[in-house]
Design a protein around this ligand. Structure first.
Ligand code: SF4
Ligand code: SF4
Length: 362
């Protein structure tokens, strides 16, 4: 998908320039790490902004972009076919499109432990006819990219493929490139975790980076796990619709109970994620808000440190017992107050006598 049409994108030429010489920022998206492509699918639901708004450049001040994204790109086709989508990646390697942002979806397997083959690849090497591994593409492109963005928990921290006992030696991009890695523009790896990404979180982060590359935004603020701070600075619990139940010590014993889910497996109090506040699509949903326990899918320790998922998290016994005891008292006191404030004042009545307490000032 491009700023206008594929023909228009090609007309921009090999140097990433449009006809009016406005620099075009290319987005090279590799979805060939170990993953389910769920982050690409999720991004189609973005609303703030939508991927169409980014690609069509309708946001004020946004530079022109050309998005090379396998999920929907109609240039996708066989290597050396009529349209060779993969050619954009070779152009990136040769320095013929500059600047470009490299997006990686999926975890990076350790190909050094797989001498007899490979774990995952993306396009073929024209010289050998053999697949180019995903890790080789990262080696070819990362240092030429103006920024590297990881879409989803697999690319950021390894995710499900990097569980204990896995055969691939999978890891996240920061594990592969190094947590202190910087792009040629001095930008750290940008991580947007989630299994899958919350669509608007990713679209917003990508938009921020495009503005930054265009010189209209300061350095993207990231925490020590390379997450945008404005998206991952609060816990699930702090934004959960059910937090009032937790505070009053009312806990669900079943999944169809609308109260707090901590005793049946919710990790929300210790998980950094804004999904309960932001919802999933267009503000709707948000795991615990709609009855799903938080399984910590945005966290670097996911999934191993949070399993088995349906069990009460460690520490929840102590905290819910304390909250339960406090909650009994507080609920009684609030019931008394509620009974008082849930009535109209007694001076709102008919009749010839005013009983509001008003006194004439003269
Ligand atoms: S459901 Fe989870 S996130 Fe929501 S209040 Fe309970 S423990 Fe916190
Ligand atoms: S609320 Fe929990 S399970 Fe849901 S997206 Fe956030 S981290 Fe993942």
């Amino acid at each position: 998908m491009t700023a206008a049409t594929p023909q228009a994108a090609k007309a921009k030429g090999a140097h990433g320039q449009s006809g009016d010489e406005t620099p075009t920022i290319h987005i090279l998206w590799i979805n060939a790490g170990l993953s389910c492509d769920g982050d690409s699918v999720a991004l189609t639901a973005a609303m703030q902004p939508s991927i169409e708004q980014i690609a069509l450049g309708v946001l004020p001040g946004l530079p022109k972009v050309a998005v090379h994204w396998p999920l929907i790109d109609f240039e996708c086709g066989p290597v050396q076919g009529a349209d060779t989508f993969i050619e954009w990646f070779f152009k990136g390697e040769r320095g013929e499109i500059d600047p470009f942002v490299l997006v990686i979806e999926g975890s990076v397997p350790n190909e050094q432990i797989k001498r007899e083959g490979y774990w995952c690849g993306f396009g073929d090497n024209p010289e050998t006819g053999q697949p180019i591994t995903t890790s080789e593409w990262i080696d070819r492109l990362a240092d030429k990219a103006v920024a590297v963005v990881c879409a989803g928990t697999c690319a950021t921290y390894g995710g499900i493929h990097a569980m204990a006992g896995n055969p691939t030696g999978a890891m996240g991009v920061p594990d592969y490139l190094g947590w202190d890695w910087r792009s040629k523009a001095g930008i750290p790896i940008v991580c947007v975790p989630g299994c899958p990404i919350q669509p608007d979180n990713f679209a917003e982060t990508l938009t921020y980076l495009l503005y930054q590359v265009a010189g209209s935004a300061p350095m993207i603020p990231l925490d020590d796990k390379l997450r945008p701070t404005w998206l991952f600075g609060a816990t699930v619990h702090e934004g959960c619709d059910r937090a009032g139940h937790y505070e009053q010590g009312v806990f669900a014993e079943r999944y169809d109970d609308p109260t707090c889910l901590v005793r049946i497996g919710c990790w929300g109090p210790v998980v950094k994620c804004n999904v309960p506040k932001r919802g999933w699509m267009n503000g709707i949903g948000g795991c615990p808000n709609v009855g799903g326990i938080c399984i910590a899918c945005t966290m670097p320790g996911f999934p191993d440190k949070f399993m088995p998922f349906m069990d009460q998290p460690p520490g929840a016994t102590l905290s819910t017992n304390a909250s339960g005891a406090y909650g009994v008292l507080i609920r009684k006191l609030r019931a008394i107050t509620l009974d008082t404030v849930d009535k109209e004042p007694k001076w709102r009545h008919t009749g010839r006598k005013l009983t509001t307490g008003y006194r004439r000032p003269w």
